[in-house]
Write a protein that binds this ligand. Structure first.
Ligand code: SAM
Length: 295
């Protein structure tokens, strides 16, 4: 299970002190938690204090600051550092074919519907909170299949995958599509051999796969620049970091963004709440379909 910041033991707090890190007091933690809630809707409970201290100590050192008081003052006045702080407090853990039952559903159930639509209209798929791109390229490989022939429907239609995240460094990785041998290990060989090529020690997504994907920085709570509706949205292991009000708000926006009959995939420990529950039906483990698309 992922977490933005996980709890840590008293011994790790001692280790932090011994390493010369500044101590994070409750007032400064509360100020940081407020900024996280306001700007990214990320909810930090007091149990995260040691990890927040650990993650931000590097930021203090980078600015030559010795107290969190000074750092909090700095982020209050400096939007760039505020953004860097938010990024430092996100967790970007991801991997190829994570929660594989979603990709089985995508291949078996969603694909025939998407292929049918692609004959008549543009098809749009969004990996929201994409981290370094493993999720969006897993989707791409499912759509491409395991041969050049199985990918022909994508060449004939207008199919695009959007990958967004608030952390610029992971979006840059998603745009590049370059992964280590260890990272590509979960990819079935038939997909990897067809859609990646080895360059030195790394594996690079081939151009046909990369060309399907547009990677952009986007805070999910800002305005969304996309104009058309989406057929499939993946937002997995992102909403665990939000409180219920933020989850309900975001899920309602996903519903508005989805075409009737479109699919929403969420993380294994997440659930739909609020207005979204009325507009969507559960059609698999953490998979939802928007009402109105099929008879
Ligand atoms: C644990 S990763 C999940 C990656 C991928 N979806 C998966 O399930 O493997 C969570 C991602 O959500 C992003 N994130 C957190 N809050 C966000 C927000 N308000 N807007 C956009 N992205 C956010 C983080 O930067 C991080 O890369």
């Amino acid at each position: 299970m992922d977490a933005v910041v996980t709890g840590s033991s008293p011994s790790s707090a001692d280790a932090l002190k011994a390493a010369g890190n500044a101590e994070l007091g409750s007032a400064e933690f509360a100020a940081i938690a407020n900024i996280m809630q306001r700007d990214a809707r990320i909810h930090l409970t007091p149990a995260k204090i040691t990890l927040v201290q650990s993650r931000l100590s590097r930021r203090l050192r980078a600015h030559g600051l010795s107290t969190f008081r000074d750092y909090v003052q700095m982020v209050g006045a400096d939007a760039e550092e505020r953004a860097a702080m938010i990024v430092a407090l996100t967790t970007n853990h991801t991997h190829f074919f994570r929660e594989n039952h979603h990709f089985e559903h995508l291949c078996r159930t969603a694909m025939p519907w998407l292929q049918d639509r692609a004959r008549r209209q543009p098809v749009r798929i969004w990996s929201a909170g994409c981290s370094s791109g493993e999720e969006v390229y897993t989707i791409a490989m499912c759509l491409l299949g395991t041969s050049s022939a199985s990918a022909s429907w994508l060449r004939q239609g207008d199919v695009r995958l959007l990958a967004t995240d608030l952390a610029p460094h992971v979006v840059a990785s998603a745009a590049k599509g370059v992964y280590s041998a260890e990272t590509v290990a979960p990819i079935p060989a038939a997909y990897r051999d067809q859609w990646m090529r080895q360059v030195g020690p790394d594996y690079v997504m081939v151009e046909e796969a990369r060309a399907l994907v547009t990677a952009r920085v986007l805070n999910l709570f800002d305005a969304w620049p996309m104009r058309q509706q989406y057929d499939v949205i993946f937002c997995r292991n992102v909403m665990i970091y939000f409180d219920d009000a933020a989850k309900a708000e975001l899920e309602a926006r996903f519903v508005d963004m989805l075409a009737p009959g479109g699919y929403l995939y969420i993380g294994h420990s997440e659930r739909l709440i609020g207005a979204a529950t009325k507009a969507m039906s559960n059609c698999g483990q953490t998979i939802y379909v928007k009402h109105g698309g099929r008879t």
